[in-house]
Design a protein around this ligand. Structure first.
Ligand code: DON
Length: 304
């Protein structure tokens, strides 16, 4: 497969496409990102790296961090984890509260904000030094210990986190948050403020394409049967109320973030990341979705 030729085709198509998307502004610091940034990086298990554009520039990974958080939690706990968070698509926006009221404060899945906040609560209970250990996990799977948070983005979300504070308080009233609310919120915002490039995310997500093993040294990070489950949750819940649309158009498990990044994996083939800050109304990168749709169309392969 000539991936570089396919990426070059996608890059030239993008010149002719006008995005109607809007850069996220509810976290004020994210509104400062230039909307015309675009990067794409595909890391193939068999043949290495392919890329174009701003693929080495770091951006705010935001909700993409929820995949790492779930992975750490699943490597520490058994299936009792899923007593506190479900594995069903929500069909609602990422920051919605409505289902929690009828469902005893148990979030539908770990990738909506409510579910990720429960995972943060679990990690605070389980890890000695949650922030340090979280960064250490990312350093391990990327082999790069320079990856860290953007302090301005962290501070910006901290002063605008009324919705997530409400979600946490609501879940605590059902007994599904064990630790102090401010501590959980702070840790969650910290993990969202991590910055990585498309190249670094594709390297990190290789563990999901490669049965739980790092490609560069073959070290097992998490058991293959757990990877199967994480990929299934990415497929069904990675894009909130647009998970069906992403499956329909792209056909790969993936995860988006309001920083404009999307990572997708083709099991046993590749991990691919796109970054384009303008978001569609569901909070997913508009041109990112376009680029990934073209990738699976031009290669002729998705998981379906
Ligand atoms: O909690 C929030 O609202 C953000 N820190 C993350 C949301 C997000 O990335 C949703 N993704 N598309």
């Amino acid at each position: 497969m000539n991936y570089q030729e396919i990426l070059n085709t996608i890059q030239s198509e993008l010149y002719h496409i006008k995005s109607n998307g809007k850069v996220a502004s509810y976290i004020p610091e994210l509104a400062k990102i230039k909307p015309d940034k675009f990067g794409m990086h595909l890391y193939c298990i068999n043949s290495g790296h392919y890329n174009f554009g701003d693929d080495t520039e770091r951006f705010s990974i935001q909700s993409i961090s929820k995949v790492f958080a779930l992975t750490i939690a699943m490597s520490l706990l058994d299936d009792t984890l899923f007593d506190r968070v479900g594995v069903e698509p929500s069909g609602d926006p990422f920051n919605s509260l409505v289902q929690l009221e009828h469902e005893n404060g148990i979030p539908r899945n770990p990738f909506i904000n409510a579910g990720a906040l429960v995972i943060s609560d679990i990690l605070i209970s389980e890890l000695k030094n949650p922030k340090k250990d979280f960064l250490h996990f990312i350093h391990t799977i990327t082999n790069d210990n320079t990856i860290t948070i953007n302090p301005q983005v962290y501070a910006s979300e901290k002063s605008n986190s009324y919705r997530n504070a409400a979600v946490l308080n609501f879940m605590k009233s059902f007994g599904n948050i064990k630790n102090d609310i401010d501590t959980v919120l702070d840790f969650y915002i910290y993990q969202c403020a991590i910055e990585m490039s498309c190249e670094e995310l594709s390297t990190a997500f290789m563990i999901y394409a490669n049965g739980g093993k790092k490609l560069f040294d073959n070290q097992t990070i998490i058991a293959p049967e757990k990877i199967k489950r994480i990929n299934a949750i990415m497929q069904t819940c990675g894009f909130y109320d647009e998970a069906g649309e992403f499956s329909f158009r792209v056909g790969l498990p993936g995860k988006s973030g309001v920083g404009g990044g999307i990572v997708a994996i083709h099991p046993e083939q590749y991990a691919v990341t796109v970054w384009s800050p303008p978001l569609n109304p569901k909070g997913n990168s508009e041109l990112g979705m376009y680029a990934l749709e073209r990738l699976t169309t031009l290669t002729g392969y998705s998981i379906f």
